[in-house]
Design a protein. Sequence first.
Length: 269
Amino acid sequence: MSDQAFRDNVVLLTGASSGIGEELALQLASQGARLTLAARRRERLEQVAAGCRERGGTAQVVETDVGVEDDCRRLVDACVAEHSRIDTLINNAGRTMWSLFEELETLRPFEEIMRVNYFGSVYCTYYALPHLAETGGRIVGVSSLTGKTGVPTRSGYAASKHAMAGFFDSLRIELADSGVSVTMAYPDFVATETRQRALGPDGEPIGESPVHEGEIMTAGECARRIIAGAARRKRELIMSTRGKLGLWLKLLAPGLIDRIARRAIDRGK
């Protein structure tokens, strides 16, 4: 089913210029999806859109900062103007950080991350929801395992992902009889460039990933699992054995989970 679920499906995808978002775009295009791609970097979006067209999909590019409400409204309007409907909204845009809280020189990372990760998802969902209700569509939120448990050096990121989880879990209940599904994806570490752009103690990108990128899940595999789960309208996707075990251990031995989280950051994988 998942190989055909998105044929002729109108998909609005944020954070589409790189990483998981780029892979989602390319794989959905291979199914014949009709894509509206959003991100801040227009040049990169155009490159992704060209790849989508080569794979048999259509791709509209809308330069967007999801942390700006009016940008999100214009994004949804552009998608509907181009395609006359929205079948799927994938809230994938996000920013992260890498700093102990006590070492922060400014709280700007907290403000930026919450603005993009949480409010960006709220804004896009708010404006897209009336159109999704008309089609019985899908909402997908790309969160992180840090949306399930706290992680050192990622306090602002974890807070934003917990906020996303609370919002979308509540929305799922509200939409239970509407035909609109809500799927939350909780990846573990995924090899993308997002950590090079992670905000450090001074509020600026750190420039170099502290994670062993070659030893973690690829963006392509992560995208494949998200698409398969969204196709089946699954409630949530936990994408690693560590994550699945962690949910049980958090109930039974929460202190152990704290130690596992610390070790994962120390080891960088």
